[in-house]
Design a protein around this ligand. Structure first.
Ligand SMILES: [Ca+2]
Ligand SMILES: [Ca+2]
Ligand SMILES: [Ca+2]
Length: 347
């Protein structure tokens, strides 16, 4: 039985505002500018790009949501991509800082340069750091990651002019925190990090106003903030994004039916890694496998392999159509030399 549902890391898709930028004319197939030297003059280009990352324009991804924590030195790549309100990548040289509640994570990365297309030498795609397994291994089975960068608060561009105007709806970010227990709120004594400032620049957009979280907004338009640390006006903020990784350990595997009764011809089973405190089930190490066997029949399971799609346990469908009522189907979850079994009695 699942004792606590693991919060899925939110996949943040940067959605640019719909801009009514007018083009500069020109015949089809004719470049609006012919060299990067001309690009700086805005020839044929509408000036809607601010180059400042917006809260709704940060996207975080993890290459492996369940590295093997049974040894030190396993690693996963954490990538942040950044765009401004126009949906254009931010310039090279922007620093993104990271913190994690477990293992070791590189302190920061710096956005690089796109090497092809008309944005060459002007824009960047984002940057990556490495999370490496080592102590501390959080007892709650979750490594919380937060990335942040100086930028501006998200808003609805109701007059479509590509910039914030007084009266337009906006979403405030106050003091950011690392959400170690993955419950979307700052938990004193549990969540291990609060950040309000950048070295040398002081607090950014932080005050004592209420931080309203509009639940109708997209998840990354309404950033997680410590309560009552907003400043009440649209402006600069530490743009932030969160991700969660399973402290997956092949020595603590488990399998469970998703319902108390097996289905008539198939059942879904959950394959998990138990946290050190035993209270949270997260994804088994990436590459773990699930196999099935039966007496006098040939059950099947889909999928057979755990792939890195999130930190939550994976669900596998065991099909035993053709197996006699009352017969046993054995489900085995394996990672290396470690395994766990679940026996299903066919109804
Ligand atoms: Ca506007
Ligand atoms: Ca929390
Ligand atoms: Ca503000």
């Amino acid at each position: 039985m699942i004792q606590k549902k693991m919060k899925l890391a939110v996949s943040m898709l940067a959605v640019a505002s719909m801009l009514s930028a007018c083009g500069g004319g020109g015949d089809a197939g004719t470049p609006k500018y012919t060299s990067l030297a001309n690009a700086g003059t805005n020839e044929g280009l509408a000036s809607v790009s601010t180059g400042k990352v917006t809260q709704k324009g940060i996207s975080i991804s993890v290459s492996d949501f369940a590295p093997d924590w049974s040894f030190d030195g396993s690693s996963t790549r954490v990538t942040v991509r950044l765009v401004d309100t126009a949906g254009n990548p931010v310039p090279p040289g922007v620093k993104v800082q990271f913190s994690a509640s477990g293992g070791a994570i590189t302190k920061f990365c710096t956005t690089g340069t796109i090497t092809s297309g008309e944005s060459a030498a002007r824009d960047s795609t984002g940057c990556s750091v490495t999370l490496t397994t080592q102590d501390p291994r959080p007892a709650n089975g979750i490594v919380a990651i937060v990335a942040w960068v100086v930028g501006e608060e998200a808003y609805y561009d109701s007059n479509s002019n590509g910039r914030y105007d007084a009266g337009e709806k906006f979403f405030e970010g106050g003091e950011l925190f690392r959400d170690d227990d993955a419950d979307d709120i700052f938990t004193p004594g549990v969540d291990g990090l609060r950040v309000a400032a950048v070295d040398g620049t002081g607090n950014i957009g932080v005050g004592s106003a209420t931080c309203v979280r509009d639940l109708e907004a997209a998840p990354n338009e309404r950033p997680l903030s410590v309560d009552n640390t907003c400043d009440g006006v649209w402006g600069p903020t530490l743009v932030r994004a969160h991700a969660y990784v399973s402290v997956a350990d092949p020595r603590r595997l488990g399998l469970a039916l998703t319902t108390s009764n097996p289905g008539a011809t198939s059942s879904d089973v959950v394959f998990y890694s138990r946290s050190l405190d035993g209270n949270v089930f997260t994804m088994a190490p990436t590459g773990s496998t699930v196999a099935v066997s039966g007496s006098g029949c040939t059950p099947t399971v889909t999928p057979e392999t755990v792939s890195a799609t999130g930190a939550a346990p994976t669900v596998h469908t065991v099909n035993y159509a053709g197996c006699a009522s009352g017969s046993k189907v054995l489900v085995t979850g394996s990672s290396g030399n470690n395994f766990t079994n679940l026996e299903i009695t066919v109804p």
